[in-house]
Ligand binder design. Structure first.
Ligand SMILES: CC(=O)SCCNC(=O)CCNC(=O)[C@H](O)C(C)(C)COP(=O)(O)OP(=O)(O)OC[C@H]1O[C@@H](n2cnc3c(N)ncnc32)[C@H](O)[C@@H]1OP(=O)(O)O
Ligand SMILES: CC(=O)C(=O)O
Ligand SMILES: [Mg+2]
Length: 358
């Protein structure tokens, strides 16, 4: 165990000092692209400013024969692209047990480490995986003369990872956040869904049977049923672990690209439960993520009214027939803080929220 006094000490001589608080930069959508795919890579410069995070993916979805091309492509993009003030560059490296990850980390940190904001580590099993990456990054940062620490994001996609999620979140001051990895997690848990995220029509609850003419339950009669969220438990657990450690939870991929309606539902469930963003796999998902992970103008206006009505923040008042008090004010302050943060980087939202105020 690392004692508290050493928690924020650099792990290599010459490495930058770890951050004491993870910067709350907007990351409503982490947009995935394959740097070995020339068509996708060519679109990256035009996406700057339209997405909060561009993520060069090196892991799953990149063919084994293209791993080196993806790594080299990402180095080129990192060197040649101006990411501006508001779009971050992240990467997802290959898994820690793969033959590619050591070269991924070594190459990326030494070649474009000062441009990379966050490294996403897949299939994290426990704090030991984060400790390994933490020390190695410190060594590489020192070697490359990088002046601010690169942050680490873990994907929650194994049963062991879920069991250890609190320890993973607290394993290093580099920990920026966690994303749900529903595909690998489903396989690892031996769940029986073959979908990449989203619900399943078989996972439902059904209303009790009503009594038939003879007074006995009519099991064959019409009985409303409702599809349930397969991911609720894991997302809720991830949100609590992240909140406890002051880092950020994200929904992951929604693989049914054509089903934009269910995609929006899944994203919104995650937003309401506390996630700050999601992955976008295709350009069609970007606006959905932007819409869902930005509070609505109505929510912002309501939160402002509660804040106003609550004066010094204590006591209870009635507003539109509803009780508001110290606790509901805190809920409203969450919305207002997020709205202010997003408006600072998104002029359209700034205007929308200001209009509602006028
Ligand atoms: C479980 C996990 O690990 S999830 C994370 C790993 N998976 C990924 O990263 C997947 C990323 N996304 C993709 O690979 C692709 O979007 C696919 C394979 C899902 C669909 O690709 P396509 O069949 O080419 O989609 P489609 O034909 O609708 O693409 C339309 C245009 O958008 C482009 N495009 C598609 N996805 C992206 C993207 N993620 N970023 C930028 N541009 C994209 C295509 O190149 C195409 O460009 P064009 O009009 O110049 O030809
Ligand atoms: C997100 C991811 O990697 C997965 O679902 O497996
Ligand atoms: Mg995965």
């Amino acid at each position: 165990m690392r004692p508290a006094k050493d928690f924020f000490a650099p792990l290599a001589v010459g490495a930058p000092a770890p951050v004491h608080e993870v910067p709350a930069r907007p990351a409503r959508m982490i947009h995935f692209f394959d740097p070995s795919n020339p068509k996708m890579a060519a679109k990256v410069p035009d996406m700057v400013g339209t997405v909060d995070v561009l993520l060069g993916n090196l892991e799953d979805a990149v063919k084994a024969e293209s791993k080196e091309a993806a790594r080299e492509g990402l180095v080129r993009i990192g060197r040649d692209t101006d990411f501006g003030e508001h779009t971050q560059l992240w990467t997802r490296v290959n898994a820690l047990d793969s033959p590619w990850v050591l070269d991924d980390l070594t190459t990326l940190v030494t070649e474009i480490g000062d441009t990379l904001d966050v490294i996403m580590v897949p299939k994290v099993q426990g704090p030991e995986d984060i400790h390994y990456v933490d020390r190695l990054l410190a060594q590489l940062e020192a070697k490359a003369g990088i002046e601010r620490p690169i942050l680490v994001h873990a994907i929650l996609e194994t049963a062991r990872g879920v069991a250890n999620v609190e320890e993973i979140c607290g394993a290093s001051p580099r920990m920026q956040g966690i994303s749900l990895g529903p595909a690998d997690l489903a396989a690892d848990r031996r769940m029986k869904t073959t979908r990449v995220g989203g619900g399943h029509p078989g996972y439902l609850v059904r209303q009790d049977p009503v009594a038939g003419a003879d007074g006995t339950p009519d099991y064959a009669g019409e009985r409303p049923h409702f599809q349930q969220d397969l991911w609720h438990y894991t997302i809720a657990r991830m949100v609590d672990a992240c909140a406890m450690h002051g880092i950020f939870p994200y929904y992951g991929p929604f693989g049914d690209i054509k089903d934009t309606v269910a995609c929006e539902d899944q994203f919104r469930n995650a937003f309401l439960l506390g996630c700050v963003g999601t992955w976008t796999l295709h350009p069609v998902q970007v606006d959905i993520a932007k819409r869902v992970f930005s509070p609505t103008a109505e929510d912002v206006a309501h939160a402002r009214r509660v804040k106003e009505a609550m004066g010094d923040g204590t006591g209870a008042v009635m507003l539109d027939g509803k009780m508001e008090d110290d606790a509901s004010l805190k809920q409203c302050l969450v919305i207002l803080e997020l709205a202010d943060r997003l408006a600072a980087t998104d002029p359209e939202l700034a205007e929308l929220y200001a209009q509602k105020e006028a």
